[in-house]
Design a binder for this molecule. Sequence first.
Ligand code: ASP
Length: 418
Amino acid sequence: MRIPYKSLTFWIFVGLFAGIICGRAFGESIVPLAEPLSDVFLRLLRMAIMPLIVTSITAAVISVGERRDLGLLGARTLGYYVTTSLLAILTGLTLVNVFRPGVGSAIELEQQVSEVPATQQSFGEILIEIIPENPFAAVAAGDVLPVIFFSILFGYFVTRLEEPYRSKLGDLFQAAFEAMMKLTRFVVWSAPLGVFGINAVIVATTGFEAFRTLGFYFVVVLIGLFIHAFVTLPLLLYFVTRINPVKHYKGMPPPLVTAFSTCSSIVTLPLTMEAVTDNSKVPEKISSFVLPIGATVNMDGTALYECVATIFIAQIYGIGLSLGEQLLVVLTALLASIGAASVPMAGLVMMSIILTAVGLPLEGVAIILAVDRILDMFRTAVNVLSDSCGSVIVARLGGEGVLGEVGPGDYALDRPPA
Ligand code: ASP
């Protein structure tokens, strides 16, 4: 068998399995070696995120805005995001009502409410804070949504400029974006070591006792995520674009394993960008608009989990939810997934908003806390997968598609038939 030395996917899987095996075999003694590797990787990714978002969104808006297609691109992107999040929530809703994992379970509260992560913000406040008071402070603080908001506006007004300013700024941002992509392609090669480090630390330091009591709930969320990732999204991809989903999925392991390990869609963004443009050949002007927005607002996995978790908590407390209340859960789960930050356990933090909205006890969050980190790994991978499918679908809908100029690539979607 030939070993694919040159494939990032191969090395990422080596990192993942070596991390799990070493974490199990050496226990906590692996941490001093594994932690620096994980830190270096995460710092490299975080270093790339803000410049990548600013240059990619601005360059994309300038290039699309010149052709006056910006509104359509925005509408398709948001349309895809809302549709897939709703499909994910409905999958979760069906499963949790069919399997009823919380009914009759003997779960006791172990945590005090004060120890449970919660947010005091309302949806209205989250919306208003999308407008940055100071865009530079937002960049420095890593506040992604305000930065996206400013970059879209700025890019749009560049397209309203007279020549030569318009092309000068357009060229400048395009060049800066190309440079960031080159930097990103370099950074992603640190992923195998980073993935090794992160997983070795997790396996060495995480206890798995919680699965005994929460196992059924855990499995229901996993089945839902699995259906969304391997049935709903591929079907959507196929029926909208007529592309064989396998061709797209084959190029996705590097971002998916990274999302799984880091539990952060935004930290994974550089790898998602690289995979979608290089492996699936989605034109940069589409992927560089769709992906950063997707990493922040499109969280199908989180939405599904929010819905299952809320109804699971209601079942534990023996509270039956009427149809109207279940619809409220669907709506708030959608909003919570849009409002959740793309960082580890953000979905859990948003649970407090949903529980308040439907009048369930806040202590419920404490029940699901124990398995949240592991579920976060799976739901973040689904969040990233959906973003990547979104860029393929939006590209095809715009007629750009993944046709056009193709470089050599194993997973080129648009290779001419043999
Ligand atoms: N960790 C997830 C993400 O970054 C959000 C969540 O906690 O569900 O996509």
